[in-house]
Every structure is written in C-alpha cells, then in structure tokens.
Design a protein around this ligand. Structure first.
Ligand SMILES: Nc1ncnc2c1ncn2[C@@H]1O[C@H](COP(=O)(O)OP(=O)(O)OP(=O)(O)O)[C@@H](O)[C@H]1O
Ligand SMILES: [Mg+2]
Length: 398
C-alpha cells in the first residue's frame, strides 16, 4: 500500500504562465502537507525541469504563451518511460477541451478557479495511482529477474541432465562392448603367450608376438576401464576417512611422482568428518585426478597440491597442479566421454567422465578451473552423508 508520507513527499511540478496561480497552488499544497513542489511559468522550460525533477505529478495549464499545454504534454510523453500523471487546470471550461485534454493523456481535469480542498484530494488520488504503478513496475522487475535466474538454473540443470543421459547411453554401450571384447581377447593373448613361449621364433617374429601380447593387454585394460565406466565396483556406501583414501592413492602414484620430480603437498582439514560414500569409487576419482595432474606436468618438475575442507554438510577435495593447463576451448569438453588430447594410445578420454558420473551419482559436484600455462584446479564437492542417485546412471545390464 502507499503510505501517507510517500504521497506527501512526492514530486509535484506546476506548469502555468500565471504567476498568481502558481503562488496560490504552491501555498495551498504546502499547507496541505506536500513537501516537494517545483514550478515554472515558462512552458518552454518545462521539459528541461521535468527531466531533472522527475515529478510524480504535473499540474498543467493549457493556454500558455510559447508551448501550449498539449504540446508540453506531448514532450513529457516522449521521455516518460513509466506512467505520465498530468492534472490539467484550465480556465477553458468547455466540454470539448476537457475531452481533448483527457484524450491527449491527462489523467484528470479541473476548471479554474479551483477549490484548494478539491484539488488536494484529486492530487492525492492521482499520486496514489502513480505510486502504485511504480510499485507494480518494481515488482515486475524483481519477478523478471527471478524468472531469468530460474531459467538460468533450469538451463544448467538441463545440460547436466543431458550430460548424465549421454553418460548413461555411452556407458551401456561401452559396458556391453567391453563384456563382448574381454573374453576373446584374453583367449587370443593366452594363445599368443603359448606360441611365444613354446615355439622357437626368429627375432622379428618374436618382437611382433611381444607387441601383439602387449596390445592385447592394452585393449583388455581399455575394456575393463569401459566396464568401470558404467558399473564401477561394489556400489556399497560405507563410512571412511577421506584423508586415508587420498594418502592411499598418493602412495600408489609415489614412484611415478618421485621419478618425475613432482612434489606433492597436502593441506588436510583438521578433524575432517568421515565421508559416507562408495570408497573405491571415490578413490578412483582421486586417482584419475592425480594421474591427469601428473600427465599435465609432463617431464618438467612440478607440484601437485591436494587440499581438503569441510563446508556445511559437504566435504571438498581440491587437486591443483602446476601443469600445462587447459585451453578455454577444451574446458567444456573435458568431462565428455572419450575426449582426450593425449592421443588414442595414451589416453582413453574416460578418466574425467567416469569421475563426473561417480561424483554426480553421489549427489556431489566436480568442476575445473584452468588456463594454459597456469596449471589446473579440480574441485570435488561431496555431501558427507552420501547417497547414491540410481536414477542418474542405471545399473548396467549384465
Ligand atoms: N590436470 C589437467 N591438466 C591439463 N589437462 C587436463 C587435466 N586433466 C584433464 N585434462 C584434459 O582433459 C582431457 C580428458 O581427461 P580424461 O582424464 O577424461 O582423459 P585422458 O586423461 O585423456 O585419458 P585417460 O584418463 O583415459 O587416461 C585430457 O586429455 C586433457 O586434455
Ligand atoms: Mg585421465
């Protein structure tokens, strides 16, 4: 609702060439309690004053030297973006002029000489409408902003859902292919190993047999990664110490880090609560991140920092490396299945999409900040009271 003080403190602008009228109005309105009044007897200056004073109501004479009231109203209409409130006061009391003024946009019409009490009530009514209109505009803006925010959230949610669906579809395919591939390749490898061990081969053939065996091993590794991609591990939630899990994964990589002169820094949150999650899946994510960090550092010496923290009901893991960084154009693709910049021999492009799937299934989030030459930071957020969202990635068909 509009308060009494809002009405009394509104800006009122009087445009009338007769000074006596202006004085009378100013005095009467001041006595009625209005506090912000401006006036001009020169209609040519009305627009300029309107712009700077920004009135909520204009008391406008019609017949004036220079611009008449209709022309002044046209000028106001051009610049007033919200709601033009004009009360026409005129000595011309014919019906036709009244209709013309209302048609031109005046909100009310009074004949001179006017009664101060009546005009004061009419002013109040007009101001109330104008102020209510302002409120509606403000509320509209707030609503519009809320709609925009909500649309943005929905878009983000939608693209997350699309990504999850894509993961699910690719995962189903990958898991069934890997299932079909693994056994025959295992058989081929066994046969090759038997040939290699039991038949005497000349040197180039021996090398080729070794190559074939190692390629079989690589394809089996890929197949098992594809399987994990869809149905990793036990799937059982347990309560475990995240710091121990991180330590375990660092130990696994210790030899590589030492050989490559990569320093590992840990900054562990004191008394971090236990995490409820599928332990081996979380370990797999940490390992993927450490592995990527190692590869991003390459043959240079470098540093990997692993930090943990606790915020409200979430545990946060940050893995930062001093490696090559990620070009902006690749940033929104790194979580896509099979996206790799490492060539098909070295990378499958599954590490991060598997990690993404695992973290999302735990109701968490994984994000990346990176720039070429400035290293990379992965942030993983996990609700400490974990729950598996089966609807995001259904269990694979066996
Ligand atoms: N820490 C990092 N620094 C720089 N680039 C990274 C980092 N982590 C990931 N990337 C980029 O994201 C791509 C996808 O990573 P992802 O782990 O999914 O696959 P990959 O490492 O290429 O292969 P895989 O994990 O199967 O060995 C990488 O090829 C690399 O370009
Ligand atoms: Mg990887």
């Amino acid at each position: 609702m509009v308060s009494e003080s809002d009405i009394l403190n509104s800006n009122i602008f009087i445009v009338d060439d007769e000074e006596a009228n202006v004085l009378l109005l100013e005095k009467g309105l001041t006595l009625a309690g209005f506090t912000s009044i401006k006036s001009t007897t020169n209609s040519n200056k009305a627009l300029e004053i309107y712009k700077s004073f920004n009135p909520q109501l204009v008391l406008l004479d019609l017949r004036m030297p220079g611009l008449d009231g209709f022309q002044v109203m046209e000028q106001f209409k051009e610049i007033e973006k919200s709601y033009l409130s004009v009360l026409v006061l005129t000595a011309e009391n014919d019906h036709e002029t009244c209709i013309r003024a209302l048609k031109a946009g005046a909100k009310d019409f009074l004949n001179k000489p006017f009664d101060l009490t009546e005009i004061s009530f009419r002013i109040r009514n007009l101001l109330e409408v104008r102020l209510l209109n302002n409120r509606i505009l403000e509320q509209n803006q707030i609503l519009e902003q809320k709609v925009q925010e909500r649309t943005k959230e929905l878009r983000a949610y939608h693209s997350q859902l699309l990504h999850s669906e894509k993961l699910s579809a690719v995962g189903k395919l990958a898991a069934s292919i890997s299932h079909e591939f693994n056994n025959p390749i295992l058989g081929v490898r066994n046969i090759l190993e038997q040939i290699r061990n039991q038949v005497s081969l000349n040197e180039p053939l021996e090398d080729l047999a070794d190559l074939a065996i190692s390629e079989c091993t690589r394809v089996m590794g890929l197949a098992s990664k594809l399987k994990q991609f869809y149905r990793p591990t036990s799937g059982q939630i347990s309560s475990f110490d995240l710091h121990e899990a991180i330590e375990d994964m660092i130990i696994l990589k210790k030899k590589n880090f030492r050989e490559k002169n990569i320093a590992v820094e840990k900054e562990f949150f004191p008394d971090l609560p236990l995490l409820n999650a599928v332990e081996d899946q979380i370990k797999q994510v940490i390992l993927n991140l450490l592995h990527n960090a190692e590869e991003a550092i390459g043959n240079d010496t470098g540093k990997i920092s692993v930090t943990t923290s606790c915020q409200n009901s979430n545990l946060i893991i940050r893995v930062q490396d001093s490696g090559c960084g990620i070009p902006p154009g690749n940033l929104d693709q790194i979580f896509e299945p099979f996206f790799t910049t490492k060539g098909s021999v070295k990378g499958t492009g599954l590490g991060l999409s598997v990690s993404y799937g695992i973290i999302k299934r735990h109701g968490g989030d994984i994000s990346c900040q990176s720039a070429p030459g400035e290293g990379t930071l992965f942030t993983v957020t996990l609700p400490k009271e974990g729950a598996i969202k089966e609807d995001l990635v259904e269990q694979v068909i066996s």
